[in-house]
Design a protein around this ligand. Structure first.
Ligand SMILES: C=C(O[C@@H]1C=C(C(=O)O)C=C[C@H]1O)C(=O)O
Length: 98
């Protein structure tokens, strides 16, 4: 079997990376659409922006999923915390504009 040219391999891998990045952007957009609705619901009903107990459950679940998927669980937790910080910022903005 002939080996693939390195330039061709790089192009092929980058094409896959581009598809994955596009999927991640769409997935994140969907997640923020849902969390923004949660933010308005909380603001309308005087509920606190953050829910540490829920976050703790999510971290445990995501760490376990990351292990199964051969992804660093510490990275999964860091990524989750980064996203949640932005969600809380949106929730606080929603509450302040009520
Ligand atoms: C979206 C919510 O609000 C916050 C954001 C969370 C998230 O982005 O997953 C989880 C818990 C809350 O701190 C929620 O309460 O479900």
């Amino acid at each position: 079997m002939t080996e693939e040219d390195p330039t061709t391999t790089l192009r092929r891998l980058r094409s896959s990376i581009d598809n994955i990045d596009a999927a991640l952007v769409y997935l994140l957009a969907e997640r923020f659409k849902a969390t923004k609705q949660v933010g308005h619901l909380k603001a309308d009903h005087g509920m606190p922006a953050s829910d540490p107990a829920r976050e703790e459950q999510q971290v445990a679940r995501l760490r376990s999923l990351a292990e199964q998927a051969d992804l660093d669980p510490a990275f999964a937790e860091k990524w989750f915390n980064f996203i949640v910080a932005e969600v809380i910022r949106h929730h606080t903005e929603a509450a302040d504009s009520r």
